[in-house]
Design a protein around this ligand. Structure first.
Ligand code: ADP
Length: 162
């Protein structure tokens, strides 16, 4: 059984993330979408909300599971018996950071490989931050995120008056 971890902030999950998840499940038997606590980011959604949104957006695919982890990614990967860490590469601008992370993770655990997947080109300009920015100003993001995420974004900004 080939297992992969797809780590990220997923604040919130977008159609770009879903594209990568689908590609990953054609290669791996099981993909754990894993919410990492990124100390450099100030999330809009709580971990529980993000987890629920990932689960609702991927519930048709039985080979996908969503989890939250703390601590080192490579240690989490080993604990899940994962062979690979999946990351999405959108453009050259992603490369430097991803390259550094992949080599550092390899340094920490030689047996966990990082695999890069490229999304459909229509998602290459998409990230969670831009989605939040558009939604905050009342823009329509329904083409870029699953319906459940779209609804949550609306609720969040209506209730909180950001
Ligand atoms: P992180 O904070 O770890 O970068 P993100 O949730 O922003 O977390 O992204 C998780 C992973 O998904 C990263 O590898 C990122 O490059 C990738 N990713 C994000 N948006 C897209 C997209 N639109 N298409 C393909 N990959 C994406």
């Amino acid at each position: 059984m080939k297992i992969a971890i797809y780590p990220g902030s997923f604040d919130p999950i977008t159609n770009g993330h879903l594209d990568i998840i689908e590609r990953a499940t054609t290669i791996f038997d099981k993909v754990f979408v894993a919410i990492a606590q990124n100390t450099a980011k100030d999330p809009l959604f709580t971990v529980e909300e993000r987890l629920r949104l990932i689960k609702k957006s991927t519930n048709k695919n039985k080979n996908v599971e969503a989890e939250h982890f703390t601590g080192l990614l490579v240690e989490y990967a080993v604990s899940k018996k994962a062979h690979a860490i999946i990351r999405g590469l959108r453009a050259v601008s992603d490369f430097e950071y991803e390259f550094q992370m992949a080599l550092m993770n390899r340094n920490l655990r030689e047996d966990v490989e990082t695999v890069f997947l490229m999304p459909n080109e229509k998602y290459t300009y998409l990230n969670s931050s831009i989605i939040k920015e558009i939604a905050r100003h009342g823009g329509d993001v329904s083409n870029f995120v699953p319906e459940v995420v779209n609804n949550h974004l609306r609720q969040k900004f209506e209730n909180n008056n950001f």
